[in-house]
Design a protein around this ligand. Sequence first.
Ligand code: ADP
Length: 491
Amino acid sequence: MYIIQIASECAPVIKAGGLGDVVYGLSRELETKGHCVEIILPKYDCMRYDHIWGLHDAYLNLSVPWYGAAVHCSVYCGWVHGRLCFFIEPHCEDNFFNRGCYYGCNDDTMRFAFFSKAALEFLQQSNKRPDVIHCHDWQTGLIPVMLYEIYKYHGMGNQRVCYTIHNFKHQGVAGVEILWATGLNREEYYFQYDRLRDNFNPFALNFMKGGINYSNAITTVSPHHAWEVHCGDLGAGLGHTLHLQQDKFSGVLNGIDLDFWNPESDRYIPYHYTKEDVSGKLQNKKALRERLLLQHNDKPLIAYIGRLDQQKGVHLVHHAIYYALHKGAQFVLLGSATEPGINSWFWHEKNFLNNNPDCHLELGFNEELSHLIYAGADMIIVPSNYEPCGLTQMIGLKYGTVPIVRGVGGLVNTVFDRDYDQNKPPEERNGYVFYQSDFQALESTMDRALGLWFDYHDEFQKLIKQSMEYDYSWNHPSDRYIEIYDFIRHK
Ligand code: ADP
């Protein structure tokens, strides 16, 4: 099959979170299974150019219709760790992707509407006719809309779209100008509830809703989250829309790319180890302490890696730091906050804890350091308010770093409580789970995990091995995507 992924991220060249990992990891696995995969991305000024091999111009005269005129674009092409990627660079005053950031601009909806339009123009003008276009998140929600309403009539009638939603919170809500910019026009037609009209704001259009209504298949990133957004209250207003489209909606658990996340071969950690011999983990813990100037002692080390925002349960992350220190553990946090209030809160904590030899808060994005933390920590905490899939617990499991998680979304599908899980035999349990989003639940679960570490060393080692047994690679999820692609292709 010929598959084109269109997304706003692809790790490690463009990565703000799990989306980047998924686009890269799934593409790699699909190629390993014999499919042809290409990836279309914006050409941001701030992406990691050092991860692109052989970047060269591929299509210099892409003319993208925009507001009734045209924007001239160049398309570059290069290999990101073996994946063939196309990067679209517009030449216009708006400088859509030269902002020193991936997201967070006032005109984000316009930026990604343009990217979606340009990606389709690129396919059309360069005569690329994939069997399946796989789009991701709100940034590409308009692609199936434009494909069906415009490009179908320009030689792209056979292309099918699979649309994956990684986070329902961000939907891309914009005004009518989007229609005039992209050439969709026909205001009255698109302002219908079964097309793009937002379910809450009658004067707004919703990219993600368009993606849901117009795609041939819709997925979200874990089976439990699919249930939460469809039957629970986590669909951020799109539950009813999903209900109407439930025949094409399912949850497919994300995987992790074992070429990148593997303690046996990880290029960023000094000591490799396997589930048969985990002694290297202790050496990595020493290396991590040296790097972060933490005290060497016989305390357990708990880590948090992830964005610092409400989704991730920042109040519990904050509490976990002090509770860990109080209980005689060390704590390492690697995270970045885009919201100014949360950012200054954690900078304050960082300064406050600066001289504490058992704690380090690293505020910012640091891929290399994250690998060393996964390898060196004993436990990783994921106390999310909601979590569509969550990669940190899966990476933690692969590195024998016992996850302590809140039982929501994909965390329910991947972490099984050592003491209480009723559905797994004791030898298949792999971490700790709590359900309430409060301090007591967090504390009692941390107590159980720390208790095992302090008092039952052999049992803790056994739990590490059990967690490393889990295969959360892309092998199974990619088969599921292939089934979906096949299904929509022949429908
Ligand atoms: P989300 O996509 O909601 O941000 P996920 O758990 O799905 O969360 O994916 C997070 C990915 O981003 C993981 O690969 C994690 O290691 C990485 N990550 C998150 N924050 C940072 C950071 N500050 N530095 C390095 N890597 C990070």
